[in-house]
Design a protein around this ligand. Sequence first.
Ligand SMILES: Cc1cc2nc3c(=O)[nH]c(=O)nc-3n(C[C@H](O)[C@H](O)[C@H](O)COP(=O)(O)O)c2cc1C
Length: 297
Amino acid sequence: MSAPVNVGEYAELAAAKVDPKTWCYFEGGAGDEVTLRANTAAYGRWRFRPRMLVDVSEVSTATTVLGTPVSMPLGIAPFAMQRLLQPEGECATARAATAANVLMTVSTLTTCTHAEIREASEGPRWLQLYILRDRERTLEHIAEAREAGYAAVVLTVDLPYVGRRERDLRLGFENPPSDLALPYASLFETTPALTWRDLEWIRAETGLPLVVKGILTREDALLAHQARRRRPEGAGARRSRRLRGPRRRLRTRGLRRGGRTARAHPAPRGDRARARAPRVHVAGSGDACPRRADRPL
Ligand SMILES: Cc1cc2nc3c(=O)[nH]c(=O)nc-3n(C[C@H](O)[C@H](O)[C@H](O)COP(=O)(O)O)c2cc1C
């Protein structure tokens, strides 16, 4: 193949380089892969509405994401176990992200430590968090990420259990492979017992902007929006001084509830209000659960 010119061609090159038994994990989806196909097809349904007779002699895709300047509104989603693809794993991805000046979100199931990733290149970076059955280890993990300068926590909520991945079963992919070192956790240490209360707990413990990843219904988007306004309990109160102020509006704006549009409330003012309401944001999701990909939320 000549030099790749689009994402599909890069994927083809990668597939040719990686052992099929490993590649099935990176390429495959759950069950009959109905959602995976639907998600891919959904991208093809987006259409731009270009406006004409606008001076575009100087254009820029640069923007900010939660206050972080980036070269374009695209980032690297968290994906696990990158040393299966390349010996330098997440460190290599981090260098690429820095070169392109885009945001990288590092998975809890990273194969490099956060210190190694920081050593490899400067941010900007967010931490994707799975809450483990062992809460203490979860907190230790967050502390290490804070130390490494992560700017936000992306809490994945759509993986209480791992889907039945038929490609992995067919080719005998072991998840995680027994010879792969995972410094923070493996998938099977994550807890299936998460509730909205844990969202409040983690918000209080991190003191960083919190992005909720994997919300699939408008009902849950509303609950996420409401969670940002509740006062965290326990440790949260102890740490409330470090919590950051709320965004003025969540992306739930415009969602309909009971026939009326549910509005995000304006930010309360002052220190006490800030302690009550650190940032919670809702991000899109993958194919862990079936959904109508063409009608997110
Ligand atoms: C191989 C692979 C590993 C992934 N690992 C994680 C992970 O560790 N944590 C997480 O929150 N999401 C993980 N995801 C989900 C992605 O972050 C993303 O939400 C999903 O792939 C949908 O985005 P896409 O349509 O751009 O692929 C993984 C996805 C893939 C394909």
